[in-house]
Design a protein around this ligand. Structure first.
Ligand code: PLP
Length: 392
């Protein structure tokens, strides 16, 4: 093969994707310690099964697919109207945000949407990404040949990234943040919206964990900030809200105020994507049903009880921790000078507990470690006991 035909930007990516590196280290440990009971509080994947209302809707949709009169083939590229309406009603109306079904796009995941959305911008668009953050924003732009300006989010500033000093065109924000578990304040969001309006920039707001926000006064949707409909696109996912990591369904909202972008996203999706599965969209609709929402909330409450247990457990051992109050992530400050990948090995070897090294989320994540609240409660409790008794 002539290697000159390959996209040269792939060689600029970090050697391997964060979670692949973690998975390889774990596999090596297990190979050399057969029978070890390793507790995984690393990758952000849910463990609680789908709730009954969702399952029931799914079963019903499966049966429909088995009857000629109710069978469905290709669906609307933007998603079925019933789900787009349910999202407008279930996600936005309670926050007093007016979003119409035409502004809602259904897909099979937020990861692909946040990674694909940059295609709508020119190759030389200047991009700003928080540090630390979910690595997909940076990597997808690197693949497209764009370098990003980093916006540091540190403990000293409450993990609120600063508005870029230079002019940028596209700004990624993530709230509640993965990995720090902190929520962007209304003031921070107002600063970003005002910057974007002034500079003609677009904010790509990832709200994958908004269902975990416990305080109703905190901002759940960027559209709660005046002016945001003129400068922001929002991503929401059923993955962490409703345990759909294996089912796959998400929402991207592009307001009519950004009509050119909305039309471009429609064009992009209808060219490269053929819609999310009908059965899955019926399952997602049930999340907002009278029976479904309380069931979903109970699952989230369970994860947040784990988060509180981790926060308190580590604090009792004298560690400094952040996050975990409005997000399923706990951001653990490591002893001064310890590198997060070294700590990964120390924790695995002494406690057989796996977490995620903070440096994998950006340079400002160095010196931190992410634990997730998605584990089973009994296993999470055991992990904390091991940390208390065996971490050295
Ligand atoms: N956005 C953030 C901030 C995430 O942490 C994740 C998954 O971990 C995603 C998006 C991906 O969500 P989905 O499962 O819908 O692809």
């Amino acid at each position: 093969m002539n290697e000159n035909i390959l996209n040269p930007h792939y060689s600029e990516l970090p050697e391997s994707y964060l979670f692949s590196t973690v998975a390889r280290k774990l596999a090596d440990y297990k190979a050399s310690h057969p029978g070890a009971e390793v507790i995984k509080l690393g990758i952000g994947d849910v463990t609680t099964p789908l709730v009954p209302a969702v399952l029931e809707a799914m079963h019903k949709a499966v049966d429909e697919m088995g009857e000629r009169s109710t069978f469905r083939g290709y669906g609307p590229e933007q998603g079925y109207g019933f789900l787009r309406e349910a999202v407008a009603r279930g996600e936005y109306a309670p926050r007093k945000v007016e979003i119409s079904p035409e502004e809602v796009f259904i897909s099979d995941g937020s990861k692909c949407d946040v990674a694909n959305f940059q295609e709508l911008f020119s190759a030389d668009a200047r991009v700003a990404v928080p540090d630390p953050v979910y690595p997909v924003y940076l990597d997808s732009n690197l693949m497209a040949g764009r370098r990003a300006v980093l916006m540091p989010a540190r403990a000293e500033n409450g993990f609120q990234p600063e508005v870029p000093h230079e002019k940028v065109d596209v700004i990624y924000l993530c709230s509640p943040n993965n990995p720090t578990g902190t929520v962007l304040t209304r003031e921070t969001l107002e600063r970003f919206v005002s910057y974007a309006l002034k500079n003609g920039s677009i904010i790509l707001f990832d709200a994958a964990y908004s269902a975990y926000i416990r305080d109703e006064k905190l901002v759940h949707s960027i559209y709660e900030i005046p002016g945001a409909k003129h400068c922001a696109v929002e991503f929401r996912s059923f993955s962490k809200t409703a345990g759909f990591t294996g089912v796959r369904c998400a929402v991207t909202t592009v307001p009519k105020e950004l009509e050119k972008l909305r039309k471009m996203w429609f064009r992009r999706q209808s060219t490269k994507f053929n819609g999310a599965c009908y059965i899955v969209q019926r399952a997602a609709e049930a999340v907002y049903s009278e029976a479904g929402w309380p069931q979903i909330k109970a699952v989230i409450d369970g994860y947040m009880a784990n988060a509180a247990m981790i926060r308190e457990g580590l604090a009792q051992c004298g560690y400094t921790v952040y996050g975990g109050e409005h997000a399923p992530y706990i951001w653990w400050k490591l002893p001064a000078g310890e590198k997060s990948f070294d700590f990964f090995d120390r924790l695995l070897n002494s406690c057989e507990v796996v977490g995620t090294p903070g440096s994998g989320f950006g340079a400002c994540g160095e010196g931190y470690f992410r634990l997730t609240a998605f584990g089973e409660t009994a296993a999470t409790k055991r992990a904390l006991e091991r940390i208390r008794d065996r971490l050295k």
